[in-house]
Design a binder for this molecule. Structure first.
Ligand code: B1M
Length: 234
């Protein structure tokens, strides 16, 4: 996407130019440049969440559009994803640094057949930053993995992520299995991923659909508060 810019010195760009350059660099899968850009923005006093959302998530949106349109292919998108993860790993400890007490425990993973884990890693980081303990069980999870992890981790919340229209129906398989086993009401079930919406969340019997990581945090806090209140009332 970008022209030859070997001589470009990122630290000399103003914020707006730097964000635009980082989006270009993400597109080109330039991991070192992304790390450098993240550090520069942090050094300029940007909040970690802003660094995450503007150049990184913003850049990935452009990658997604060109992937859809057949301009980028899997190997290029993998490089972009690698650069994104590199940037996220710098931000992770900062987002988790709030020192908030644990307010709930969540298991999260992508559903069977789905390997898109950037979004759920971001949700994990934001939840940890907000004071949740999170067990991220990675990609491609069959129902058994979710249920075992929830039990072992004594989770309050089960989070499921799907980025493909072909994998999102599997969320219903997990929820239906929970119902069959009589454990559905033991957990708050939150679902997310780009192809989902509120209606889908309702139709499969989830407690809520979360549009993004920030909404996931707010929704989780809300449900945990309700759970505590109902215990007190009961
Ligand atoms: Co894939 N891919 N991909 N891909 N990929 C999409 C999803 C796609 C929309 C691209 C496109 O066509 N525009 C398309 C799906 C089309 C559809 O189903 N209708 C697609 C396709 C087709 C495929 C393959 C089938 C391609 C192929 O092989 N021919 C293949 C399938 C692999 C599989 O899973 N079995 C595939 C492969 C890949 C890569 C491996 C190359 C790579 C994944 C790398 C990785 O994740 N480690 C990849 C990528 C990177 C993408 C795009 C470009 C970016 C996804 C992403 O990371 N977004 C994506 C296009 C797009 O979504 N725009 C695309 C950034 C991330 C921060 O956002 O994941 O939405 P997102 O997460 C958000 C929210 O959704 C929400 O919060 C997050 C943060 O705000 N959220 C949750 C997500 N999960 C949540 C869980 C919660 C709460 C909120 O629980 C409580």
């Amino acid at each position: 996407m970008s022209d030859e810019n070997d001589d470009l010195i990122l630290s000399e760009l103003d914020d707006e130019e730097l964000v635009a350059q980082m989006m270009d660099d993400l597109y080109d899968g330039l991991k070192d440049e992304i790390a450098e850009g993240v550090n520069i923005l942090l050094g300029r006093g940007w909040a970690p969440y802003r660094v995450l959302t503007e150049p990184l998530v913003g850049g990935m949106t452009i990658v997604g559009r060109d992937f859809r349109d057949g301009i980028l292919f899997v190997p290029e998108v993998l490089l972009a994803a690698g650069a994104m993860k590199g940037g996220m790993s710098i931000l992770k400890p900062l987002l988790a640094e709030t020192g908030a007490p644990t307010i709930g425990r969540m298991v999260i993973g992508t559903v069977k057949g789905d390997i898109h884990d950037i979004g759920q890693n971001l949700v994990t980081m934001m939840m940890e930053g907000a004071g949740f303990e999170v067990k991220n069980i990675g990609i491609n999870n069959p129902v058994e993995s979710y249920l075992e992890a929830c039990e072992e981790f004594n989770a309050d919340i089960l989070g499921m992520s799907a980025l493909l229209t072909t994998t999102m129906p599997y969320m219903k398989v997990v929820i239906d299995t929970m119902k069959e086993k009589g454990i559905r009401e033991d957990y708050i079930v939150l679902v997310g991923g780009a192809p989902l919406n509120e209606e889908f969340g309702r139709a499969i019997g989830a407690d809520a659909y979360c549009r993004d990581a920030a909404v996931a945090v707010e929704t989780a806090k809300d449900f945990i508060a309700r759970k505590h209140n109902s215990r007190v009332a009961g």
